[in-house]
Design a protein around this ligand. Structure first.
Ligand SMILES: [Zn+2]
Length: 125
C-alpha cells in the first residue's frame, strides 16, 4: 500500500513529502542523509485527535502491544506501545536527534579501512 508521508532530514531539517509503503519510517534526503518519518502530537488539540496520526505508524502485523493499541487506542496502550517499540512522538518544538554526518563518518572510518586494505594486501602478496 502506497501513501504520501512527510519525512524530516536528520541533518538539514528539510521536510520532504514522499510516496512510500505505509510502514516506511526512513528515506534518504536530497542532501544524502537519513530523513525520518515524523508525526506530531499537538498539546492544543482536543483529546483524542492525536490518536489517528499515531495509529497510522503502528505495525498492523505487530506484536500484542501493537494489537492492543490498535484495538483500544488509549493513553495506557499508547504508553505501552511506545515502551515496546522504542518509538515516541516529538514534543512540541523538539528537534530530531542529531546523527553523525556522512563526512564525519567517513573521516572516522577511513583510517580503519586503509588499515584493513593494507592488511589484505600483505596477506595476498
Ligand atoms: Zn537533508
Amino acid at each position: 500500500m502506497l501513501v504520501i508521508r512527510d519525512f524530516k532530514c536528520s541533518e538539514c531539517g528539510k521536510v520532504t513529502e514522499k510516496i512510500v509503503g505505509y510502514r516506511r519510517l526512513k528515506v534518504i534526503c536530497k542532501c544524502g542523509c537519513a530523513a525520518y518519518r515524523f508525526f506530531s502530537i499537538s498539546n492544543t488539540k482536543p483529546h483524542g485527535t492525536w490518536i489517528p496520526s499515531v495509529l497510522e505508524v503502528v505495525d498492523k502485523n505487530g506484536g500484542q502491544h501493537c494489537q492492543e493499541f490498535l484495538k483500544h487506542p488509549n493513553r495506557t496502550n499508547y504508553e505501552n506501545w511506545k515502551k515496546k517499540t522504542g518509538l515516541r512522538h516529538l514534543e512540541p518544538g523538539e528537534k530530531l536527534p542529531q546523527r553523525e554526518s556522512r563526512e564525519d563518518k567517513f573521516k572516522r572510518i577511513k583510517p580503519e579501512l586503509l588499515k584493513k586494505a593494507r592488511e589484505r594486501e600483505v596477506i595476498t602478496i
